[in-house]
Design a binder for this molecule. Sequence first.
Ligand code: PBG
Length: 325
Amino acid sequence: MRIRPRRLRNGETLRKMVRETRIDVSSLIYPLFVKEGKGVMEEIPTMPGQYRYSADTMGRKLEELLKAGVSAVMFFGIPDHKDEVGSGAYAEDGVIQKALARAKKDYPETYLITDVCMCEYTSHGHCGVLSGREVDNDETLKLLANTALSHAQAGADMVAPSDMMDGRVAAVRSLLDARGYCNTPIMSYAVKYASAFYGPFREAAGSAPAFGDRKSYQMDYHNSREGMKEALLDIEEGADIIMVKPATAYLDMVARIKERVHVPVAAYSVSGEYAMIKAGARLGYIDEEKIICETAACAFRAGCDVYLTYYAEEIAGYIREGKIG
Ligand code: PBG
């Protein structure tokens, strides 16, 4: 036999030499829940090992992450009060705005990204304002833009709209530009599917919709070309990074989009993915460490440049130990 694929699989040194996917800790983003209040550090029941922090306790986690080499976080806010128009999302003294100011001051090395959405702040749990029982797209745009601006003003390095309203990237871009934040990048949750994989997050953030579902704004998971349409539209509107979400069950979209676009592609391994691995491992059915490594490496193999994961710190450790990367 002249051609024997197994020759290059002989021994760890050779396997690593010819490895096609390299993973670097600088590609990781850790999602962090910040709750209103003081002294809060509550474990999230649906996401064991993950916590809700208040602005005064989140530093412990930011420090731990920095020590592990993870210097980018995505903030999610859990406010005390919710109302019809989600005013906590764009309040100057909102939970995220306060956390940003504090993190900027105490942890200037940490790169601060914010999730820009209404669902954690609205009393009805939808990602925008309602008109009857419908989410009013165009009215919501103004509030999203205000939210992004208030984040930038409070110290966000990057904003990430996740609401799936049409035209939100353009709305956010033009307000940021008009107010002097033309260099604040936008990572758009462009290819975001209506997914049951967000279940544990909604428990964590108390953001489940009070009625109906998100299918009138998030995408139908049967669709692939529509995801491309969303990605291309958001790039035209000024998105700097395009995200696919969830990750593991949607790696075909990561691969397809990577081929077509010329901006970095992010993949978000969401709460349900984390919860499934955690649960399987706790039951002793799977090897947590190996599954984490494989899941992450495969997302990069599919083509993502940036990976958002609740396992960021663990992955950083495995990279350091040479277990992946
Ligand atoms: C806000 C938002 C959600 C997630 C990220 N941003 C929830 C949702 O769309 O219902 C999910 C993240 C996760 O499940 O880890 N819209």
